[in-house]
Ligand binder design. Structure first.
Ligand SMILES: *Cc1c(COP(=O)(O)O)cnc(C)c1O
Length: 420
């Protein structure tokens, strides 16, 4: 059921209609992009409030603008909830999104030209971990580790050798297409040996960590960078957490005044709401269900002949190598989209194709788990995917259309949170 936006519909019918269409699309489709989710109605409401009207450069109790009677307590609540949920000494909830949060970590602990060690983009790392086209790769010297070709898992011998040879100021662990558990302790041992600041970028898995379904980076790492809108199921935004107080001040100075102006207070409020939701026992069930669903989906895909990077998953994400299907990732992703199954094309480690036309697709279970789907549904999802990928090879649009109808019928029984 579409939400009611009477003022918007009257003032700007073109935008109102597009938003209504997007609500329908999000309701009717099987959304498998692992970085996406459905926020709760409470989070959605918080983002659409008058807090968007207020300027508040600075931090609670130390602002450059008056009138912070309500804003300061909102930000303090968000900070306190973040510290309690992730067990850190310090929290900054102001970064506009994950990429600026990571840039703030560079600003806090490195100088332009310094060496940073991160996972390579084709191996599952994020652009902001020092990749060339990113500011982080242009202004810093990015050195990259990868995964082993035979296991699809991080090669810690390589990480240690690179760290010893290159002496990075910063090391990033975590990534954007990593289907396996991140061994924060192993990274920490290496970072300590070479005197690097270790940043855990948990953008994808923050909700799993909060819900106890992935090991915590605390106490191993120095800094945690995370978005708030992926598995954590909050608004578009980010946080920087210092595990120990010693790194807190540098992070705060880097975010403001180093990189940003006024914080987005409506987002801060919604982050606070999402953090409270993530602290509830039901969120632990949610996190466990995400992983159970991903494992069941991975098993069902393997049964149907798909190759999975690293052979499966420990978390919310599955990376499919379509080389055996002889279908490029982009072709498969577009066909799946027409079948009502929304994924993204993705490079796979050692991809012989280009990043613009790679061999794989990346899927995940946070959104379908928010809808209430369970392991029982995963064989059906895998069957639809196998049929759609096969149909993409033969241009069989009739099959794609019939899958789309079947998907919409299933999803109608599992209403989307936040969509009225
Ligand atoms: C999503 C993501 C980011 C960037 O977040 P944006 O909000 O898109 O800027 C950074 N790091 C990792 C590992 C991510 O997955």
């Amino acid at each position: 059921m579409p939400l009611d936006h009477p003022a918007l519909a009257a003032a700007d019918p073109a935008i109102a209609q597009l938003i209504a269409a997007e609500e329908r699309l999000q309701a009717d489709t099987l959304r498998l992009i692992p970085s996406e989710n459905y926020v709760s109605a409470a989070v959605l409401e918080a983002t659409g409030t008058v807090l968007t009207n207020k300027y508040s450069e600075g931090y609670p109790g130390r602002r450059y603008y008056e009138g912070q009677q309500n804003i300061d307590p909102v930000e303090r609540l968000a900070i306190d909830r973040a510290k309690a949920l992730f067990h850190t000494a310090h929290a900054n909830v102001q970064p506009y999104s994950g990429s600026p949060a990571n840039l703030a970590a560079y600003l806090a602990f490195a100088e332009p030209g310094d060496t940073v060690l991160g996972m390579g983009l084709p191996m599952g790392g994020h652009l902001t971990h020092g990749w060339g086209v990113s500011a982080t790769g242009r202004w810093f010297r990015g050195v990259r580790y990868g995964v082993r070709k035979d296991t699809g898992r991080v090669d810690f011998d390589e990480v240690r050798d690179l760290a010893r040879a290159e002496r990075p100021k910063l090391i990033f662990c975590g990534g954007t297409a990593v289907p396996r558990t991140i061994d924060f302790a192993a990274f920490a041992e290496i970072a300590r040996e070479v005197g690097a600041v270790l940043v855990a970028d948990i953008a994808h898995i923050a909700g799993l960590i909060a819900g106890g379904a992935h090991p915590s980076p605390v106490p191993h790492v120095d800094v945690i960078s995370t978005t708030t809108h992926k598995t954590l199921r909050g608004p578009r935004g980010a946080m920087l957490l210092a595990v120990r107080e010693e790194h807190g001040k540098a992070l705060d100075r880097a975010v403001f005044p180093g990189l940003q102006g006024g914080p987005h207070n409506h987002t801060t409020a919604a982050i606070a709401v999402a953090l409270a939701e993530a602290a509830r026992p039901s969120f632990r069930d949610y996190a466990a269900q995400i992983v159970a669903n991903a494992k069941a989906l991975a098993a069902a895909l393997l049964e149907r002949g798909f190759d999975l990077v690293s052979g499966g998953t420990d978390n919310h994400l599955v990376l499919i190598d379509l080389t055996a299907q002889d279908v490029p990732g982009k072709v498969a992703a577009k066909a799946l989209d027409r079948a009502g199954i929304v994924v993204n094309h993705n490079t796979v480690p050692y991809d012989p194709r280009t990043p613009f036309d790679p061999s794989g697709i990346r899927i995940g279970t946070p959104s379908l788990t928010s809808r209430g789907l369970t392991v029982e549904h995963m064989p059906q999802v895998a069957t639809w995917m196998a049929r759609a990928v096969a149909a993409s090879r033969t241009g069989d649009e009739v099959t794609l259309k019939s899958i789309r109808a079947e998907v919409a019928e299933l999803m109608a029984g599992y209403p989307a949170p936040g969509l009225g």
